[in-house]
Design a protein around this ligand. Sequence first.
Ligand SMILES: *Cc1c(COP(=O)(O)O)cnc(C)c1O
Length: 229
Amino acid sequence: MTLIINNLQEIQQKIKKVATRVGRQVEDVSIIAVTKQVSTERAIEALDAGLVQLGENRPESLLEKRATITERATWHYIGSMQTRKVKQVINEIDYLHSLDRISLAEEIEKRASHIVNCFVQVNVSGEESKHGVLPQEVIPFIEQLVQYSHIRVVGLMTMAPNTENQEVVRDVFRNLKNLQLEVENNGYAHAPCHDLSMGMSNDYEIAVEEGATYVRIGTALVGNERRDS
Ligand SMILES: *Cc1c(COP(=O)(O)O)cnc(C)c1O
């Protein structure tokens, strides 16, 4: 079993290298440990290694870990959110990375007891299999969100297409960065949109080069116990 602390050091070094290359500060990149494929024990090891941000993509596993883990942690919900599950999880998380439709915003408004930090998920590549708002719909979508007082749009999120072609991946991240700047420059009070959630185990270095402020790393950091066993 590889130690999380070793993985983390390697990832931090790689992030530092690419960040320096493009004139960014490492402090501006937060690592979310995606623990969806691992046990609660392994998530605790991640926190012991110094990580503080945890990402989950299913209500059941989020709630289970949330109930067991007593260490300080920031909780990110990174998977697509079914409307009927909002009630169970919305007050248990710090960030939602998958706001992609008005019906979801409505349900959050109804169920949230605090302002929820949300990333609008964007389907940059337009693949039919992917969740997310299409790029040309992002601005009108965000403008509609002004009516929901419990939603703050802190940034944009995307998943790159599953391809070996790094230039395709880079284009997707660059397009998301341009969209984020456009929203940010519009100066919406409900949508400061300073952040960019992009980059996973296979593409986080490209994402950091292109401006990611949150990378979501599972396999390369905490492993994948479901696959290993
Ligand atoms: C699983 C998942 C990740 C992490 O994927 P790895 O390839 O294991 O790093 C990141 N983001 C989302 C939305 C995920 O579902």
